[in-house]
Design a protein around this ligand. Structure first.
Ligand SMILES: Cc1cc2nc3c(=O)[nH]c(=O)nc-3n(C[C@H](O)[C@H](O)[C@H](O)COP(=O)(O)OP(=O)(O)OC[C@H]3O[C@@H](n4cnc5c(N)ncnc54)[C@H](O)[C@@H]3O)c2cc1C
Length: 480
């Protein structure tokens, strides 16, 4: 019988498959997507967040465990399981060597990417190159891979994995299983149900775009929760970015992101501001704006900057609208009547409230507003220099946080007890670390660390099962 069945074809699945294979197990990996779309959300990534105590290869200075922990504590508002999160942080220090052995190359952080050279290691060629390298390595090591093979449900005996049933009706038995099939972000019906209808009668999730793969439908997450697996997290919590409203429904990737929010102001379709655009560095805040926009009427936000901001952020792929006056800009953004009047008043009030000190986008500077709600606490400068630019944004969901409750061995829990042969890694368990919020690069940290842990646990479970089988054969023989 097959030793380890890995379900999923992204970073977490590949890390688990490679690790289990390195430990001597036979491994089959089932990927929903066809070969040309393999790799899930992982193909869209650029970097991984790693702790380190001194400058290391592409990483500058130091990023100690405690600072990483404090960063996560802050963005999650304490909704995180400290022992598992500290495990992720600690092991993030050692994963790059292993990644290199499997063909991943790193490069220093790109210019235009703010504040990441110390904390995040960038993949040469991005996530697509990383995934391709892992598939190459998997092939060389003898991991079997099957594409176009979505798993529809798992057959369990209590909390023990028995077999996977594919959508094509095949039954695949294995001694051990690792589920690494992502979140449920591609499942628009589930998102609709989770977000529900708001007081304005809108179904906010109907306006969401999915930033990555269309294959993360949450089929196995739903199946396992229905079969009694313990869960963690809330179905509305997710990594959500405000992206260009012209982005495609799936796989728009990072180039639909608009990274100038902290350099300007954000207004809703009524022309009103609704959150502090300068609360913290952009990599610690970009993933909250999708949710903030989702709470606005029509799930729309307009980011407005002036000429002073140009050249200070990564240019988005779609050009924004441009005008020489603010009334013209309002019209181009579709703000008319009361909304246009509100918008002009918002900008005038904001400009009057700005207390400009020494502008520096690389530090939490002293440019802020006074007497304005919501305040803009850093990088506040008047919007007064033509041309003016505007970007209309909508919520883009990256990945969901509702997941399987696991322990430090990546074992899936049922009624508080760990399964002996069912493990989980990646987005499907990311909610153990991320109850809410996000800090750039931690998705790949979670998937890499727990992918490797799940792979090692799976190989150990195979060996434990062999020892148990030998012992029981011995008992039978002795009894015979
Ligand atoms: C645009 C974008 C940019 C990002 N940038 C970064 C970044 O720079 N750094 C970072 O840390 N994170 C980033 N992320 C988040 C990151 O992609 C995820 O945290 C990480 O890739 C999750 O890995 P995973 O293996 O759990 O999921 P995925 O890579 O999504 O893999 C899930 C896999 O499961 C397969 N699957 C799903 N259901 C089934 C089924 N029923 N049967 C079989 N297979 C199934 C899918 O086809 C897919 O291959 C980004 C995400 C997006 C969308």
């Amino acid at each position: 019988m097959l030793d380890v069945l890995v379900i999923g074809g992204g970073n977490a699945a590949l890390c688990a498959a490679l690790t289990a294979r390195e430990a001597g197990a036979s491994v089959l990996l089932l990927e929903s997507a066809p070969r040309e779309w393999r790799g899930g959300n992982s193909i869209h990534t650029r970097n991984i967040r790693c702790s380190h105590d001194a400058p290391q290869d592409v990483l500058t200075e130091a990023y100690p465990e405690e600072e990483f922990w404090q960063d996560l504590l802050k963005v999650t508002g304490g909704k995180t399981r400290e022992p598992l999160t500290r495990l992720v942080i600690r092991q993030s220090a050692t994963c790059r060597g292993w990644m290199r052995q499997h063909g991943v190359h790193f490069q220093p952080s790109l210019s235009g990417t703010l504040h990441l050279s110390r904390t995040n290691a960038f993949f040469m060629g991005g996530g697509k190159a990383l995934v391709n390298a892992y598939y190459r390595s998997a092939d060389q090591l003898g991991v079997q891979v099957r594409y176009d093979t979505p798993v529809a449900r798992l057959e369990l005996d209590g909390d023990r994995f028995v077999a996977a049933h594919t959508a094509q009706g095949e039954r695949i038995a294995a001694k051990v299983c690792v589920v690494a099939s992502g979140g449920f972000e591609s499942n628009r019906e589930w998102l609709r149900e989770a977000w529900g209808q708001n007081a304005r009668g809108e179904w906010p999730a109907d306006q969401f775009a999915v930033r990555g793969t269309r294959f993360n439908m949450g089929v196995l997450l739903k199946d396992l929760l229905a079969q009694g697996a313990d869960s963690i997290g809330d179905a509305t919590q997710a990594h959500m970015v405000a992206i260009d409203a012209r982005a495609p429904l799936y796989d728009g990737g990072i180039c639909t992101r608009v990274d100038c929010v902290s350099l300007g102001i954000m207004v809703n379709r009524n022309g009103q501001r609704f959150y502090d655009e300068g609360e913290d560095f952009w990599p610690k805040r970009y993933a909250i704006w999708g949710r903030l926009v989702a709470q606005q009427p029509g799930q729309v936000g307009h980011c407005v900057i002036d000429a002073k901001a140009v050249g200070r952020f990564m240019p988005p792929v779609f050009k924004g609208v441009q005008a020489d006056t603010l009334p013209e800009l309002a019209a181009l953004l579709g703000l008319t009547g009361d909304s246009a009047a509100n918008f002009l008043k918002t900008v005038a009030d904001y400009n009057a409230a700005c207390r400009v000190g020494t502008f520096d986008h690389a530090v939490l500077d002293d440019c802020h507003t006074e007497g304005m709600t919501p305040a803009k606490t850093h990088w506040a400068r008047p919007i007064d220099t033509a041309p003016f630019y505007g970007y209309t944004l909508k919520p883009g969901v990256t990945f969901t946080y509702l997941g399987l409750w696991i322990d430090e061995h990546a074992a899936v829990h049922f009624g508080g007890q760990p399964s002996a042969n069912l493990f989980a890694a990646g987005e499907v368990m990311a909610g153990n670390v991320l109850g809410q919020g996000y800090t750039a690069g931690v998705g790949m940290t979670i998937g890499t660390v727990f992918g490797r842990i799940a792979g090692a646990s799976a190989a150990r479970a195979v060996k434990a099962a062999a020892v148990a089988a030998t012992a029981s054969a011995g008992v039978e023989l002795a009894g015979a």
